[in-house]
Design a protein around this ligand. Structure first.
Ligand code: GLU
Length: 443
């Protein structure tokens, strides 16, 4: 039974990196007939907020991802405590008393001796009476997991063969002095209890994976899950995406006018050598293969995303977008402008241009064309054929043709150098406004 999960922490808005992890897990589950769990890693009570949790649901739904189950870590403290107890009994979880300064001093001394700064397990060597004395002195222990000898080796579905020697890693702290469990631990307990078969996450978790494989074995007799680590997306300038969280949250992309189909198409292919294509989700699922993902970090390319977004808008029907168009905008307006948009938010500007006030530049030298235009404008109502008829008439009257004809007309009527086909805009601007706009240039 294939089952995967995505495990965001509700401590901020989902960014492109989280969205990609979620999408890849979703596609993997759906492509294999498996299940997809949304787990909220909500144990950080200081930074966690309910509105971030709501935004996670909203953002995932917006992207077109549905999940089969929801779980939250804050419901499971009793279970974590129970597992911790078992590990304490077996001696795998041991109490430690060193404070940050003491640990820093140990690390510094190891580094000075050119040794890896790995925790020396001094606390593991404490006798029962030494521990009792530490506690009697007012110290509360935190708990480390005693790693096995040897190494963790796994076949990563993206990165290939991976080996990490436990000797190179400090025994991880699983329980803080105040009794709260840490992610390294809670995640494994959850993955065991929820029957997760594949853990697909960012490459930043590779060193956690080594430790977690050891923990899986300590907690459960079942096989650890399989792992797939996706190389982190780098920003345009090569910096890690997580540093730019604020600027590329899903919330802000949505607000900027990125369509979910474009983002899903982009992220489904990012880091593979296949071209992104706007497709219904069922086809993204049908074409998904985890083996397509490569080992090098992909670059986030906003231009490519915009190209996809354009394609999406060009194909969008009026009914698909009407709720997001300016009040009063109709199907004729949408069909006239959609081929010219990078983002849906630009529709507002065209609506203003068509129905509102515009300020065209002065056009000395174009008076003759514009006067001919005012004189030959076909009668109201202007329709689909009016532009063709009108420009032929202007040409005949003024002898001007080509760009010298079309450019001043476009500027006078839209105050823009370029834009959607004038033939479509003309009926939208309407007879009265066209005359008024030309009137400015004709004395
Ligand atoms: N809450 C963790 C994170 O967002 C989950 C990591 C995981 O998938 O195990 O990094």
């Amino acid at each position: 039974m294939i089952k995967v999960r995505v495990a965001p922490s509700p401590t901020g808005y989902l960014h492109v990196g989280n969205a990609r992890t979620a999408l890849v897990n979703f596609l993997f589950a759906r492509a294999s007939g498996g299940r997809f769990l949304l787990r909220l890693d909500d144990t950080d009570t200081e930074r966690g907020r309910p509105e971030y949790e709501q935004a996670i649901y909203e953002d995932l739904r917006w992207l077109g991802l549905g999940w089969d189950e929801t779980a939250r870590q804050s419901d499971r403290y009793a279970r974590y405590a129970e597992c911790a107890e078992v590990l304490k009994q077996s001696g795998r979880l041991y109490p430690c008393f060193e404070n940050e300064d003491e640990l820093a001093a140990k690390r510094a001394s190891l580094i000075k001796r050119k040794l890896p700064p790995v925790y020396d397990r001094a606390a593991l060597a404490m006798t029962a009476s030494q521990r009792a004395a530490a506690e009697a002195g007012g110290k509360r222990p935190y708990w480390r997991f005693k790693l096995s000898e040897g190494m963790a080796a796994w076949h990563d579905l993206v990165l290939g063969e991976r080996k990490i020697r436990f000797g190179a890693v400090s025994d991880p702290v699983l329980i803080r002095a105040d009794g709260t469990p840490l992610y390294t631990f809670t995640s494994v307990v959850d993955d065991v209890d929820f029957g997760i078969s594949h853990v697909i996450r960012g490459e930043d978790h590779v060193s956690n994976t080594a430790v977690q494989i050891d923990l899986f074995r300590a907690i459960s007799t079942a096989m650890p899950p399989r792992f797939a680590h996706l190389p982190l997306i780098s920003g345009g300038e090569g910096e890690k995406l997580s540093k730019r969280i604020g600027s590329i949250s899903l919330k802000s992309l949505r607000k900027d006018g990125i369509e979910p189909e474009a983002l899903a198409a982009y992220l489904a292919r990012l880091g593979t050598n296949k071209d992104a294509q706007i497709l219904p989700m069922a086809d993204l699922i049908g074409r998904f293969n985890i083996a397509d993902f490569g080992r090098s970090p992909p670059r986030f390319d906003a231009r490519q995303l915009l190209v996809l977004n354009r394609k999406c808008l060009h194909a969008a029907s009026f009914s698909a977008v009407r709720d997001r168009l300016p009040e009063g905008a109709d199907e004729a307006f949408w069909l006239a402008i959609r081929g010219n948009l990078d983002m849906l938010t630009e529709a507002r500007r065209w609506w203003e241009i068509v129905t509102g006030e515009i300020t065209p530049p002065d056009m000395p030298g174009d008076e003759a064309v514009l006067r001919a235009a005012a004189d030959t404008l076909p009668p109201a109502p202007l329709g689909a054929e009016s532009w063709k008829i009108w420009t032929a008439a202007i040409m005949a009257a003024s002898g001007v043709k080509g760009r010298a004809l079309y450019h001043p007309l476009r500027l006078a009527l839209t105050a823009e150098d370029q834009g959607p086909e004038m033939a479509g805009l003309l009926p939208l601007i309407g007879h009265e406004r066209v005359l008024a706009r030309l009137g400015r240039f004709v004395v």
